[in-house]
Ligand binder design. Structure first.
Ligand code: AMP
Ligand code: MG
Length: 497
């Protein structure tokens, strides 16, 4: 990245900057400016994210902001930096990593604003510091899609592109995503200082995270007297909730390394992610993940493993192994409880009927998932059709999705018995607000990317509109809610981005 050379700074109205992370001091980052990106153009913009930043929507039309978010123009009040972290990648200690292609501008309206793809930093290792148009569109759309689904995530304000070439498996073009989150701190930030035995810095970081994001950890009477064990407990809970959402909606992250785990339990670092088309618990969405460490059904256990890595990093502060283990032990029941609650909602069920139906509901869900897996039924389509079937009491369109109809018929009898006596319209309403009509299937992302490569950004804009409200019908876009085309199964997404 370059030193800031331009004398002229832009001042977008509404953006009031504060830079808490910057005040942690230079042990935590390298101060630097983003690298200029020639002749940028808008690829996608989110008015909703502008609003949470207090940025007037018309600022998102200006050339000044376009250039600023491409890294060509400093923004007054920002203190750009690349933070340092470490982490475990694919189960192995990877040592120092850091923001190798991201630059934190500062904090506006209480939210950190980060440019991703903004050029090389001291943490770039062998990388060029850039992100390609393809992966930037995927990250932009998926951030907003997850938010639309009610899943904790970092957000994305916009993508700017450029014709500047970037070498990956083939030549591509560069883009920058402006990401937004209360914090981009990862498990790996803690692992970094723990591995180096920099205990004062570890404590500064933990105290910072507690005071800004988990103030309960110091005060709540229901928690232990140990704020660092409480922090581990609360991160465990948020991570369990996030994983329950991923599994319920059929989201595969693809690279659950500890440096890609947010300390706030947000879905972060969208790379080779995928929403399942056909339901397959063993699905591996990352072409680079040959062993399937991050296969769909393994995600909850991997998150638990990652929490152990976080716990190990926090041990010098927690100082009490029993307390740490106690926090970690809450993960499985928390995950299972949240997951069952979400799966019940997908079935139109709110809670146990006669006292406690947990075991029976669990079996109902598990047996259904086994049927979906056996016939590789399209996951999103199944749930949406089931929602409509409960509303109309016409189950044939759901049955059509199965090859092995007898298994489905038997399961449907059990489900009907469970719904018996409940208000089916209420159940159907719950289902339609829980089972999305639209998810960012890989092939939809490809349609947007292919159009954008030809400078047609309308598909990005249309998809954004749908994915912001994925439970609404949007009848004009029905074709985006059907089965994926045959070529969708040929799409290969790797870590390269
Ligand atoms: P990821 O798997 O994308 O989360 O990235 C893992 C690490 O590699 C992080 O430290 C990234 O900043 C870094 N990285 C990924 N791609 C690049 C790139 N093109 N240039 C520099 N660093 C990169
Ligand atoms: Mg990452």
């Amino acid at each position: 990245m370059n030193a800031i050379s331009q004398p002229f700074q832009i001042t977008p109205t509404g953006l009031k900057w504060d830079n808490h992370f910057h005040r942690l001091g230079p042990d935590f980052y390298t101060a630097l400016a983003p690298q200029a990106l020639p002749e940028p153009y808008w690829v996608g913009r989110s008015v909703a994210v502008a609003q949470i930043l207090n940025l007037p929507a018309d600022e998102l039309e200006t050339d000044a902001l376009l250039h600023a978010l491409a890294g060509n123009q400093p923004i007054s009040g920002t203190q750009p930096l690349a933070s340092v972290y470490s982490g475990h990648q694919f189960g192995h200690w990877a040592g120092q990593l850091g923001d190798g292609r991201a630059c934190l501008l500062g904090e506006a309206n209480g939210l950190e604003v980060q440019l991703k793809g903004s050029g090389s930093t001291p943490y770039s290792r062998m990388g060029d510091g850039r992100a390609v148009l393809r992966s930037s569109i995927r990250e932009f759309l998926c951030s907003e899609a997850m938010h639309g689904l009610g899943i904790p995530t970092t957000r994305a304000l916009c993508v700017v592109g450029s014709d500047e070439e970037v070498a990956r498996e083939s030549l591509e073009t560069a883009a920058v995503v402006t990401r937004v989150a209360p914090s981009f701190i990862r498990f790996g930030h803690f692992e970094h200082f723990a591995a180096r035995q920099q205990l004062p810095q570890l404590k500064i970081l933990a105290d910072y995270v507690i005071s800004r994001y988990y103030p309960d950890c110091q005060t709540a009477s229901t928690l232990s007297a140990n704020p660092y064990a409480n922090l581990l407990q609360q991160v465990t809970e948020r991570t369990a909730v996030m994983l329950a959402h991923w599994q319920a909606v059929g989201f595969c992250h693809g690279v659950m390394n500890t440096d890609n785990m947010s300390i706030l339990g947000l879905t972060i670092d969208y790379g080779p992610f995928q929403f399942l088309d056909a339901f397959d618990p063993d699905h591996i969405c990352n072409h680079t993940d040959r062993g399937g460490r991050y296969a769909f059904a393994r995600q909850p256990d991997i998150a638990h493993w990652n929490l152990y890595a976080l716990a190990q990093a926090l041990m010098p502060l927690i100082e009490d192994q029993a307390l740490a283990l106690q926090a970690l032990d809450t993960y499985k029941p928390l995950f299972a409880g949240h997951w069952l609650q979400l799966m019940r909602a997908k079935l139109g069920l709110t809670a146990g009927r006669d006292g406690d139906d947990t075991g029976a509901d669990q079996a109902l869900v598990n047996d259904l998932l086994a049927l979906l897996a056996q016939d590789r039924v399209d996951y999103t389509l199944f749930w949406r059709r089931l929602s409509q079937a409960v509303a109309s009491q016409q189950f044939a369109p759901v049955r059509d999705l199965f090859l092995e109809r007898a298994g489905w018929d038997t399961w449907l009898l059990r489900y009907s018995a469970r719904l018996d006596g409940l208000d089916t319209q209420q159940a159907a309403d719950l289902m339609r607000s829980t089972n999305p009509k639209y998810v960012l299937r890989n092939y939809l992302g490809e349609l947007a990317i292919e159009a954008a490569k030809g400078k047609d950004f309308s598909v990005v804009a249309h998809l954004l509109t749908l994915l912001e409200r994925p439970f609404d019908e949007h009848p004009a876009f029905d074709s985006y809610a059907g089965l994926p085309p045959d070529w969708a199964s040929q799409i290969e997404i790797s870590c390269s981005s």
